[in-house]
Design a protein around this ligand. Structure first.
Ligand SMILES: [Zn+2]
Length: 124
């Protein structure tokens, strides 16, 4: 939980957003040669918001957790990001806001899943 986002990301595999090739961390796709720098930076920012949200929740700072969850959802409005944001809205007693996320939060996860438990898989 305290590892830097980029270090965690480098441990995992990801799918190239351009061609779908599964591969280890790389700044260039092994198959299509796509530059993945921006993709990786976005994924690192997403993981950072996820970690910050959980740390704030653990510390009892619901308002700061909500800010982090909103930032993470803005970066990648995935199933898991919607669930985290909905939970933060509930903790902040924003019941209608949490309910508004229900369709997305209760939808099927992305094909490869998208929950960054320790290091996220990057399937958007
Ligand atoms: Zn590729």
């Amino acid at each position: 939980m305290n590892s830097a986002p980029l270090e965690l990301l480098r441990r995992g595999e990801f799918l190239c957003p351009a061609c779908g090739a599964r591969q280890a961390w790389s700044d260039t796709c092994r198959r299509c040669r796509c530059n993945l720098d921006l993709f990786h930076r976005t994924a690192a920012a997403r993981l950072e918001t996820w970690q910050r949200c959980l740390r704030r929740l653990t510390a009892g700072d619901a308002a700061a957790a909500l800010v982090a969850a909103e930032q993470g959802y803005a970066l990648a409005p995935t199933h898991e990001a919607a669930r985290l944001l909905a939970m933060c809205r509930l903790v902040n007693r924003d019941f209608s806001g949490a309910l508004a996320l229900h369709p997305r939060a209760n939808s099927s996860p992305e094909p490869e899943g998208d929950a960054p438990a320790t290091a996220p898989r990057y399937t958007y």
